[in-house]
Design a protein around this ligand. Sequence first.
Ligand SMILES: Nc1nc2c(ncn2[C@@H]2O[C@H](COP(=O)(O)OP(=O)(O)O)[C@@H](O)[C@H]2O)c(=O)[nH]1
Ligand SMILES: [Mg+2]
Length: 174
Amino acid sequence: MEKPLKVVIAGEKHVGKSSLVHRFIHQQFPLKDLYSTVGFDFTVKNLTLEDGSNVTLHLFDFGGEPSFRMIFPQYASDNDGLILAFDPSREETFDALHEWIRVYKQRKHEKESVNFLVSTKSDLGVSPSPLKINDFRNQYPIDQYFQTSAVTGENAQLVFQKMVEAIRKKHRKR
Ligand SMILES: Nc1nc2c(ncn2[C@@H]2O[C@H](COP(=O)(O)OP(=O)(O)O)[C@@H](O)[C@H]2O)c(=O)[nH]1
Ligand SMILES: [Mg+2]
């Protein structure tokens, strides 16, 4: 059994991080509003991959409060993957990702992680500007970008599956 893969989900409050994780784990949209995350939520998920092997995923879902950004570098210090989430219906949540990255880069034992950019709530029909997305992807090393919805389930499984695949690919190269 290989070492658990550690993935951190970051982004502003209310962008839908916890709902996306809930959708991924339980295959449904939360019936009532989830408690607002204080600090971070921790979820463990065992996955069986196409090749039959088993992987354990440790998901750290970070609360968006600015005060918790201080502990973020510490918790993200040895992670394998980073998911940066924003809500396209609130553009300021996209702009805030620059700050999240700045803080992320203060990690002590910075090892190269797989970085995904994820827009949420695609069911609301607000599409993020492709230009802004491209700029962002070029500015930072963003490996993959997904539009998701915890309501319809769009890409909710795929994001995590692709994350695991990308991390394993990276590990194999080491
Ligand atoms: N329309 C829509 N609303 C969503 C979606 N995901 C979350 N929400 C709502 O957005 C709010 C914040 O969601 P939550 O998962 O707690 O966000 P977090 O603070 O980033 O963890 C809640 O009222 C959710 O019901 C989605 O995919 N579509
Ligand atoms: Mg939350």
